[in-house]
Structure formats: structure tokens, C-alpha cells
Design a protein around this ligand. Structure first.
Ligand SMILES: [Fe+2]
Ligand SMILES: [Fe+2]
Length: 198
């Protein structure tokens, strides 16, 4: 068992039920990533005077739906009131936006701030709360990340959370463009807002 514990303020599930449920949804590699994101989110919360326990939980569950099958995602999009335009995208986008449905269903978490942070963690958004930024950045700079520029990303983020968001969006766009990948419009819009250095 990992060295994590969640007080059950945000879910009727106990801490170990929550951890076990998450574990059942993903492989060990993904689970370890979620634990590291949780720890990093806690650290960023402390630095930014935000509720550490809430940030740790949001970080832990951010990829809850990452390994759900495309068929299940499509079904949820069609039946759970999501924008049907989402069907034109892929699990990379779905696991955040549509992931909230599975989190509500299985983990019984209804806190809007947590759900929004999960929803925005892959694309960012033009408006982001402190928790949105914490989860977005913790996912990017957790200690397991090894991409070129990660040290700079960490330094920028620990110095100023908003600049971290700008850094990540710029680098993600660069990466997607280099691969000629399709870019989710919200990611473009977010870049235009957050690229400005504070
Ligand atoms: Fe993710
Ligand atoms: Fe992640």
C-alpha cells in the first residue's frame, strides 16, 4: 500500500476504499503516477496557500478514467449529457472532461472544484482556479517526469504557478505541432491567456 491517506471530507468512501477503487481502474505504472501527482499537488498547495488535503485528493484522482475503454467513453458522452462534439476527439481529451462522470459514479465525489480541476487537467482553460492550476502543474512536473525542460518547468512553477501554466501550454502546443497532432481549441485559447509572463 502506498503512503497516502485521504480524509473522507469529499467522498462517502473511506480512504482505503478510494485507493483500492482507483487501483482497480489502472495499471501499477499509472497508479504510481497518480500518487506522485498527489504528493506534488500537496506541495504546490502549501506554496500557494491552498487546502493541501483537497489538492492531494484532486491530484490523486485526476487520471481515474485514463484507462477506461473508448467504447465506454463514447457511451458516457452519448448518454450523460456531454457535448456531442466530444465524439470527434480521443481518450487523451476524454479522460479529463468525461472522466468526471466516472469519478462521480464510482468515487461519489461531487465537489465541483475538484471535478472541474480533473476536467481541465489535460487542456487547461482560459479561466483556471488555484486548484485547476495545481492539478494541471502537478501532473506535468511530478518527480517521474523526464522530458527535456522539466527542470525549468519545475523551477518556473515553484516560483509562480501562473507562469508554470503558461510554460506547460507553450511546450505542449510546440510538442503537438511538431507531431502534426490535432489541437483541442480550448488548449489554444488557454495558451493565449496564460502565455503572458507574470
Ligand atoms: Fe491525464
Ligand atoms: Fe496524469
Amino acid at each position: 500500500m502506498s503512503d497516502i491517506f485521504f480524509n473522507n471530507t469529499y467522498s462517502p468512501l473511506t480512504s482505503s476504499e478510494l485507493i483500492e477503487q482507483e487501483k482497480s481502474m489502472m495499471d501499477q505504472k499509472r497508479f504510481d503516477h497518480c500518487v506522485r501527482v498527489s504528493h506534488t499537488a500537496r506541495k504546490l498547495a502549501q506554496l500557494n496557500h491552498y487546502d493541501e488535503d483537497k489538492a492531494a485528493l484532486a491530484g490523486f484522482i485526476h487520471d481515474y478514467a485514463k484507462q477506461i475503454s473508448p467504447t465506454e467513453f463514447r457511451e458516457a458522452i452519448k448518454t450523460q449529457g456531454f457535448d456531442q462534439e466530444l465524439l470527434n476527439w480521443s481518450p487523451a481529451i476524454w479522460h479529463g472532461v468525461v472522466g468526471t462522470y466516472f469519478i462521480k459514479r464510482d468515487l461519489k465525489i461531487t465537489d465541483e472544484e475538484i471535478l472541474t480541476a480533473v476536467s481541465r487537467h489535460t487542456t487547461g482553460d482560459t479561466k483556471m482556479t488555484t486548484l485547476d492550476k495545481i492539478v494541471f502543474m502537478a501532473d506535468y512536473i511530478e518527480p517521474g517526469r523526464i522530458f527535456t525542460g522539466v527542470d525549468e518547468a519545475r523551477q518556473v512553477t515553484y516560483e509562480n504557478l501562473d507562469n508554470g501554466v503558461g510554460y506547460q501550454l507553450a511546450h505542449t502546443l510546440e510538442h503537438l505541432i511538431n507531431r502534426r497532432s490535432k489541437i483541442y481549441p480550448r488548449t489554444f485559447d488557454s495558451y493565449n491567456v496564460w502565455s503572458i509572463k507574470k
